[in-house]
Design a protein around this ligand. Structure first.
Ligand code: UGA
Length: 426
């Protein structure tokens, strides 16, 4: 029946009805298309441009957010040292914890500094942008870009002749490696190789100082850890990528004559620190009345770290830059053997995590809600302890901040930063 009703009995009869239906339908269609277009235009107009902060993390390494005479002028100005003997340093990871401190210290003593950072969202990006603000006030321009972006690196090296590269950009954190293993490979291996490729091809080649990690000692039990100890038993993918970085660095030193110094940092802490680290989120959780987990080793012993204060680390980084010899190659060719060094930068006095917590309770004047839990199998090692005699001898490195003094400075910064952040709506 239905079928029959839809078939016109005679062409003449059905024609006007059909044309009426089509006319009505096409009006409806035009109306909805117009409405759709309006809605589309509205969202297009109100959506932020690719370079506004809310889209920062969607940026791909190839986004051309750099270049142009104004950009080059800013980069050159930032790179200019204030004395004849001043260094010209590219600091990667400049908006990071160690990177921001090192950049400001270099600039303060008259070196030229250009920062590079991809502002990724591994932890709160507002903290990275706040550090960038700090750097800008100190006269350091930070380029928003990725070490995996080869054309960006080439461009930066075209604009500035760097005497040194302080490579601190990395995917940090031991435990996160189980959640996002690829980010470690991407930053700590692929990104590092990309940077070394640019450095080796440049003429003159810069000397490179970069951040390795105490985690390369892995499940080593011989204490204190010294640079000659074995580092072939990493306990986490993070450690494995840092160890790979050390081997890769050796290759570039060997083949291309790049002067390379690796620094094994031991649990660096302090103001402007990283919110993913235990001392930082313990402080936050204690203040919020949240329970914190204190890990213990399988034999019920306390897990311990050779916590090292940021100012001591910065002195070690600057000393490494100052004592770095020139690379011997140029334009991708080795002209002679070049310096290759690895140093521990620790504090030489391991502190159990339980002691870290009691110090925080004392400084914050708040009792922590705590539970003791077994060290999870997530890459954490039971303890770290640096032998720093090599760094002492070669770099004049001498840490002089004990954990209590350093934590007081951290807590002072933390309270002021987060009360200001709330005011400024961070
Ligand atoms: O020294 C290093 O090379 C490394 O130092 C830190 O790694 P880690 O020493 O594990 O620092 P935290 O994550 O802050 O942990 C400190 C201690 O607190 C313990 N912890 C952590 C988290 C937690 O909930 N409870 C707890 O007891 C850990 O097992 C560890 O013993 C950094 O996160 C790494 O990026 C760096 O390379």
């Amino acid at each position: 029946m239905l079928h029959q009703e839809n078939i016109p009995s005679t062409p003449g009869k059905s024609k006007p009805e059909k044309s009426h239906n089509y006319g009505f339908r096409s009006k409806v269609l035009t109306f909805w298309s117009f409405l759709f277009l309006l809605v589309f235009l509205f969202f297009f107009l109100i959506s932020p441009s690719p370079y506004t902060p809310s889209r920062r993390n969607l940026k791909t390494p190839s986004s051309p957010s750099y270049g142009g005479p104004q950009w080059e002028k800013q980069v050159r100005k930032s790179a200019r040292p204030h004395s004849l003997s001043g260094l010209t340093v590219l600091v990667t990871g400049a908006a990071g914890f160690v990177g921001s401190h090192v950049s400001v210290s270099l600039k303060k003593r008259g070196d030229g500094v250009v920062g590079l950072d991809n502002f990724n969202s591994y932890y709160e990006t507002s903290l990275k942008w706040a550090r960038k603000g700090l750097l800008e006030r100190a006269g350091v321009y930070v380029i928003d870009g990725d070490i995996n972006d080869k054309s960006l690196l080439d461009k930066i090296f075209d604009v500035v002749v760097f005497t040194h590269v302080m490579h601190l950009a990395a995917q940090a954190g031991v435990r996160y490696a189980m959640l996002n293993p690829n980010s470690y490979v991407q930053s700590n291996i692929a990104g590092f190789v990309n940077l070394l490729e640019t450095c080796k091809s440049s003429d003159p080649q810069p000397a490179i100082v970069w951040a390795s990690s105490s985690s390369v000692y892995g499940i080593n039990t011989k204490v204190p850890f010294s640079e000659e100890d074995r580092t072939d038993q990493p306990a986490s993918l993070y450690a494995a990528t840092k160890k790979a970085g050390e081997e890769i660095a050796h290759t570039y030193n060997h083949i291309y004559g790049l002067s390379i110094t690796g620094l094994r940092f031991f649990t660096v802490y302090g103001p402007w620190g990283r919110p993913d680290m235990a001392y930082f989120f313990f402080t936050r959780d204690i203040l919020r009345g949240k329970t914190i987990s204190i890990y213990e080793s399988p034999d019920k012993g306390s897990v311990a770290r050779d916590f090292t204060y940021i100012d001591d680390i910065v002195k070690g980084c600057l000393a490494a830059l100052d004592t770095a010899q020139k690379s011997t190659g140029s334009g991708g060719k080795k002209r002679g053997p070049a310096q290759f060094r690895i140093f521990n930068l620790g504090n030489t006095s391991p502190v159990p995590v339980s002691r870290l917590v009691s110090l925080l309770e004392k400084i914050l004047k708040v009792k922590a809600k705590k539970k003791v839990s077994p060290l999870p199998r997530n890459g954490d090692v039971e303890f770290t302890h640096a032998n720093i005699s090599l760094a002492q001898r070669e770099l004049g490195y001498k840490p002089n901040t004990d954990l209590e003094t350093g934590l007081k400075k951290f807590v002072k910064w933390y309270l002021s930063y987060y009360s200001d952040s709330r005011k400024n709506n961070f």
